[in-house]
Design a protein around this ligand. Sequence first.
Ligand SMILES: [Zn+2]
Length: 294
Amino acid sequence: MKYALAAGQRVEASPDGRATCPTCNGEVIAKCGSYRIWHWAHRGMQDCDSWAEKETEWHRAWKNRFPADHQEVVLHDGQSGERHVADVRTSHGLVIEFQHSHLDPKERTERESFYGNMLWVVDGTRLKGDYPRFLKGIDRHRPIINGHFLLAFPEECLPKIWLESSVPVIFDFRGVDASESSDHLKNVLWCLLPGRAEGNAVLVGMSPEQFVSVAPSRAQLIQVMETLANISQVLRELRAQQRYWSLPLPPGGRPLRRPSPRFWDFGSAVRLSNRMRHPRCKSMPKHIHQVPDQ
Ligand SMILES: [Zn+2]
């Protein structure tokens, strides 16, 4: 942990420092070696928070981008008596957990239900294959609306464990290296929204600076329900438009009445129709194939 209590103050570890744990009041000892980042550890090394993990440089660097009083906030469930330390909790009640290590899906679900209003930031550099797979997957899809991407096959692009998360999951593929990468896709944080829009996973791209400046100012980083509803609407309108064009001409060959102007004005839907094709699928993506003929 980064902070412990000494004389009622939150203090960082310094050589020979002694303090108490803000969660359990147990004694903690300063660990100030050259191998790991300086931190406080419980005597006997067993942390009182069963979810605590060895803090990496990446983890600490992310926490440091938020105000000190938003970092390491102890949360207590009055009913179960459970206590856990949120990496970051903003004054609007949004919990941000930075996840470097592998996480069991069961524990992921437990943490999501304990923190409620939360999002994950995942270290996308831990496993060598994650970024190449992401690149391959994202390459098949184009942005559709303001930096939103649709993934018809998210499992081809992102680590499985995060696909069913009930909260937004942000992938950080740049890792601890804070310098700008020549690979512009690495400089972007990719946020997978929970839920699906007409069967598609939705990824939202944002810069780390945007994330750090916006996250503390809102109860939710992204209005998930609203975003999914808007995208679903675009997809439905597109489908209706395609259905119209696939109707056979009536006897005599006179074209049908033009569809309502709404479809013609819907720029995004038209752009979408040009861009949504999955390269392995010469015609339209699956969910559009599934439209019943009338
Ligand atoms: Zn403790």
